[in-house]
Design a protein around this ligand. Structure first.
Ligand code: HEC
Length: 124
């Protein structure tokens, strides 16, 4: 009786431990932040989110952090969206080393167009 109790509670403990590791698997939510459209978000997650997120590169997230997007003022969102368009169009982002190592994450011209058109919709 006692032994079963121990087995069950240690099993439960192991399960909770596993859940703790499995559930926050890097980026728990795939929902876009407010103001970012689904098509833009798909590109961001593919090409930008590795660095520009809370658990990303310190330099990158200090300039642009999608996990903090909803806390940006709408002026800041507009400016950042325009920056995103610029950086992608000039081929500056993602950085060249990342492009080399992650060819599948390199934004296409169509991706750049989606980002730039979206950036325009934020202008007032
Ligand atoms: C490998 C990591 C990495 C990836 C992936 C990446 N960035 Fe960056 N990004 C950085 C770093 C580091 C900086 C800050 C240093 C700099 O400006 O070069 C930065 C800066 C920026 C800035 C600010 C530029 C400035 O000077 O204010 C913008 C905008 C930006 N990134 C957009 C993007 C977009 C859009 C994507 C996806 C298409 C992307 N980044 C993907 C690392 C990354």
């Amino acid at each position: 009786m006692k032994k079963t109790g121990i087995v069950i509670s240690s099993l439960a403990g192991a399960l909770i431990l596993c859940a703790a590791f499995v559930i926050p698997a890097n980026h728990p939510s795939t929902d876009p932040p407010k103001g970012i459209t689904d098509s833009v978000w798909t590109i961001v997650q593919k090409s930008c989110y590795d660095c520009h997120a809370n658990d990303g590169n310190a330099m990158a997230k200090s300039k642009l952090n999608f996990d903090n997007w909803e806390n940006y003022s709408s002026d800041k969102q507009t400016a950042k969206a325009q920056d995103m368009c610029d950086e992608i169009s000039k081929g500056k982002m993602p950085p060249s080393k990342y492009r080399k190592n992650n060819p599948e994450a390199v934004p296409t011209e169509a991706d750049a167009t989606v980002i730039c058109n979206w950036a325009k919709t934020l202008e007032k």
